[in-house]
Design a protein around this ligand. Sequence first.
Ligand code: IPE
Ligand code: IPE
Ligand code: MG
Length: 247
Amino acid sequence: MSTRTKQATQASDVPHHIAIIMDGNGRWAKRRLMPRVAGHRKGVEALRGVIRACAERGVSHLTVFAFSSENWRRPQEEVTLLMELFMRALENEVAKLHENGIRFRVIGDLSGFSERIQTLIRDAEALTRDNTRLTFTVAANYGGRWDIVQAVKKLMLSGVPAGAVNETTLAEQLSIADMPEPDLFIRTGGEQRISNFLMWQLAYTELYFTDALWPDFDAPALDQAIASYRTRERRFGRTSEQLRSAS
Ligand code: IPE
Ligand code: IPE
Ligand code: MG
């Protein structure tokens, strides 16, 4: 087992790190006979509420999937509108995140984005880098497999001999190597799959799926997910009896 995979036994009251696939924006809009982008806009609002709720509950890391490396396959018009929305959000929301002590980061292959977006991302990361209340990470043009491949490339370029490659040295090259692995994974929108999100890091994460569409996901819905998490026994391969005698 990777040394980064926690040896802890019980799900602590509040997960340190929550990872979310924010799905269902399109269906939310369709049900209202609105264009899909209206759902994405509403999704940004929902995200604002969830960031606030996480900070209030003492969650230290929130990582959300905003745009997958596969989402380029969507109709050109939707991709363009999503990029515009991403840009507007970067322009309008970052100051507020900073005021609230939130560190902002983006993971993924940023070379796929426009210069303007790349600059906004770099500026936002630089502005908020010393904030410690909550680290809020957006996965954009991200894929879990891409992450593992870029980690392997970095290892090879560093000239490390094959014998020195292990779970720890590989994990150190991943995009969120400096963060605890997610304790709780949430996917809204009813689908029960990982869709190439954090493949490596989710190895021992507690999974929670809900039919709620992302624009409807609010603080009480987050609390339900956390309540479910609290009922889980995190065994990391051990037996229940071992956990009880250790505590
Ligand atoms: C998630 O909502 C947002 C992105 C993938 C950008 P969807 O757009 O996938 O919404 P559904 O799944 O079609 O309802
Ligand atoms: C996954 O959602 C990615 C994001 C939420 C950004 P999708 O809606 O694209 O996932 P699939 O393709 O249905 O699995
Ligand atoms: Mg979807």
